[in-house]
Design a protein around this ligand. Structure first.
Ligand SMILES: [Fe+2]
Ligand SMILES: [Fe+2]
Length: 274
């Protein structure tokens, strides 16, 4: 089974990249399931109900989230309805939505997806332990399938690497998100778990992590508050393609991909909405 995992979708340019590039990438890599992190889909922060359905209609099967999950309150209208949208599992008990899901890939079997949020350099108020939260979700999912993909949404490379080692041999892949920068450390670990520290960003690359360069730069240099608008140029879809053995649930291969939206002017021209 081939699974595409795309890094954080940023604003309208990111959504446009998914729309324009999805079919071609799916065909080229014979993709059976498409997972993407959607925490920055709405103007760079959060996601709305409309955008959830829009991304599904573009071909994203499962949407994972991160620290920006509650930035758009509208997500509360969809997160309990849509089983293909998940939020980090290590929020307190009673939080809306679910931290994992199991989806059926026609003709191929079931795939479990887990989302967790790191605690190092992420929040002033730390969440529950992501390691134990992942283990708890894992126990349930393993009753249904051996194919399990984990999105570890975290800042610190050490925490993500630890996560990969912690789950090696117990899940098919541990894919890092959140930093928006694709790392070059993809590997299939000894136990058969594919791992990458960060699978990058789906959005505008002439930017600082997807936001317009000038205000971010000004904020760093002057330490004055600034509004960070989503950038528009050099739009790319970045992620990894995972090849998983359906019988064992182990990974055979992990490959980094980055595809540029050729007709980027079209993405730039589409109005103010981000
Ligand atoms: Fe994030
Ligand atoms: Fe992000």
């Amino acid at each position: 089974m081939n699974i595409l995992f795309a890094g954080d979708i940023v604003g309208k340019p990111g959504r446009r990249a998914v729309e324009a590039l999805c079919a071609g990438i799916k065909e080229r890599y014979a993709i059976d399931l498409f997972i993407a992190n959607g925490e920055n889909a709405a103007g760079g922060s959060g996601i709305t109900t409309d955008m959830v359905w829009q991304l599904h209609s573009f071909g994203v099967d499962v949407i994972t989230m991160g620290d920006h999950v509650w930035r758009q309150k509208d997500i509360l209208n969809v997160i309990d309805e849509d089983r293909r949208l998940i939020r980090p599992a290590n929020f307190p008990p009673g939080t809306p939505g679910a931290g994992s899901t199991v989806v059926e890939v026609p003709g191929r079997g079931k795939v479990g997806v887990i989302n967790v949020l790191g605690r190092v350099l992420m929040f002033r108020l730390p969440l529950d332990c992501p390691f134990r939260a992942a283990e708890k979700e894992l126990e349930e999912i393993r009753k249904e399938t051996k194919i399990i993909i984990v999105d570890v949404h975290a800042e610190a490379t050490s925490e993500k690497l630890a996560f990969g080692r912690f789950l090696d041999g117990r899940v098919s892949a541990v894919v890092g998100t959140h930093t928006h920068v694709l790392t070059a450390d993809e590997v299939v670990l000894e136990g058969g778990t594919a791992y990458i520290t960060d699978c990058g960003m789906t959005g505008p690359f002439r930017s600082i992590l997807g936001r317009q360069i000038e205000p971010v730069l000004k904020s760093f240099v002057t330490r004055m508050p600034a509004y960070f608008k989503v950038a528009k140029e050099d739009v790319r879809l970045t992620g990894v393609v995972l090849e998983i053995d359906e019988e064992t649930g182990k990974a055979c291969r992990i490959e980094r991909i980055q595809v540029r939206l050729e007709d980027e002017r079209e993405a730039i021209a589409e109005g103010q909405e981000q």
